[in-house]
Design a protein around this ligand. Structure first.
Ligand code: 13P
Ligand code: SF4
Length: 394
């Protein structure tokens, strides 16, 4: 089911195994990452970039809708018509059928979902095609098909409902749609798992083992021993048929390289440094970090919690640094610190910068659609089943 980019479009889905490409160099439409920008970018030092982006946006008017994920840079987020976590942005994209151009300031899998959920006449643009996601890259279509064969051999495939995190390629979402499963985000993982476990007796959770484990154990009361980790790089996933038969949650061995940097020692250190600090982390963090934290939630939840916190309180936040910095700047009456001592930007989210935004907006304003993200019809159809199921979760 390898998809071929339509003429003039790039960044569609694919199924091949992932070649090792240096970020931003060469072109690889079959990967979530590592595709170069085909355009003439304005220099980052151009002092007129903000004015140019504003002028291009004004010229496009209602024909343009700009979505911005919370992890985007300040210089980019200022141009977003709507900001949100991946769930909110998917809903916003689906709810705006009038704008012919949707510029997605986020990463590739989010832009794919926007393309799937929007009408045929709407074109979704990702300002830099190198804005992929290392977590999404950890589950390829071939690997997931192979895993399903392992489940068939173990006699459990009929019991398994696949649930994929939004952070996955359209191919994986389509696989899940074909097998009667659902997409979820960090805002609705619990509802998705409850739904799936009413439908079947086991869940295959892709590709983030931590979100799957944290939701199953901390929110749903499953035991750690109910969860097994399927490693796509080991024969049979590294699991015996008996272990597969005994498990309720089959967690894909994937993770977020940004949230994976927070360690239990980061929590211990900040508690020693700041008396009374509350530790607030994203559920993509490891189980031991989440266990040591006070509060866990999606990016939207993190923002709401900080907004509602009383003045004078101290918070150590374990998520992407652009968001934490923005929260700290927006709440000078609260002491908001980054959970880890070292810098922790998401390098692919940060690919979207002002030069790429200006280039894509100015291109659209003169009638040229660049960096279009277009998912082929069949993949879009089955992905939509899984995405619509998410939007309809009870
Ligand atoms: P949410 O926006 O769903 O909280 O996810 C965080 C993330 O890592 C997005 O890439
Ligand atoms: Fe992917 Fe993690 Fe970056 Fe989100 S923060 S885009 S999950 S690497």
């Amino acid at each position: 089911m390898t998809t071929v980019p339509a003429t003039g479009t790039t960044g569609t889905t694919g199924t091949s195994s992932i070649p090792l490409l240096v970020l931003g160099s060469e072109a690889d439409p079959a990967s979530e990452r590592g595709v170069s920008c085909p355009g003439e970018l304005p220099p980052a030092s151009d002092p007129g970039l903000v004015a140019r982006a504003a002028a291009a946006k004004a010229a496009l008017g209602d024909r343009l809708f700009v979505l911005g994920h919370h992890y985007q840079r300040d210089e980019v987020i200022q141009f977003a018509d709507v900001t949100g976590d991946s769930f909110k942005l998917a809903r916003e994209a689906a709810a705006r059928p009038t704008a012919p151009f949707i510029v997605f300031c986020g990463v590739h899998f989010m832009a794919e979902s926007a393309d799937i959920l929007t009408a045929g006449h709407q074109q979704v643009v990702l300002p830099d095609l190198a804005a992929g996601c290392s977590m999404a890259d950890m589950a390829t279509f071939d690997q997931v098909e192979e895993a399903w064969e392992v489940f068939e051999d173990a006699g459990v495939a009929d019991d398994v409902i696949p649930v994929t995190y939004m952070n996955s390629s359209a191919d994986i979402k389509a696989f899940v749609g074909r097998h009667g499963g659902t997409v979820c985000t960090s805002s609705n993982a619990r509802r998705a798992l409850d739904w799936a476990l009413r439908k079947g007796s086991k869940v295959l959770f892709l590709p983030d083992q931590h979100l799957g484990r944290n939701t199953a154990v901390l929110e749903m009361g499953l035991a750690l021993s109910d969860c097994v980790v399927y490693d796509p790089h080991r024969p049979g996933g590294g699991l015996t048929p008996d272990r597969l038969r005994a498990a309720t949650m089959i967690l894909w061995r994937g993770h977020c390289s940004v949230h994976g940097r927070f360690k239990k020692t980061s929590v211990d250190d900040v508690r020693a440094r700041i008396p009374g600090v509350r530790v607030l982390v994203h559920p993509e963090c490891t189980h031991e970090v989440v266990l040591a934290a006070d509060d866990i939630g999606s990016t939207e939840y993190i923002i709401k919690t900080i907004d509602a916190a009383p003045a004078g309180t101290s918070w150590a936040v374990g998520t992407e640094l652009n968001l934490v910095r923005r929260l700290a700047n927006a709440h000078p009456d609260k002491n908001i610190v980054f959970l880890d001592k070292t810098v922790c930007f998401c390098s692919t989210m940060n690919r979207i910068d002002l030069p790429h935004l200006v280039w894509s907006l100015e291109s659209l304003a003169r009638g040229e659609v660049v960096n279009r993200i277009q998912v082929d019809e069949e993949t879009a159809h089955y992905s939509r089943l899984a995405l619509d199921q998410m939007l309809a979760l009870p």
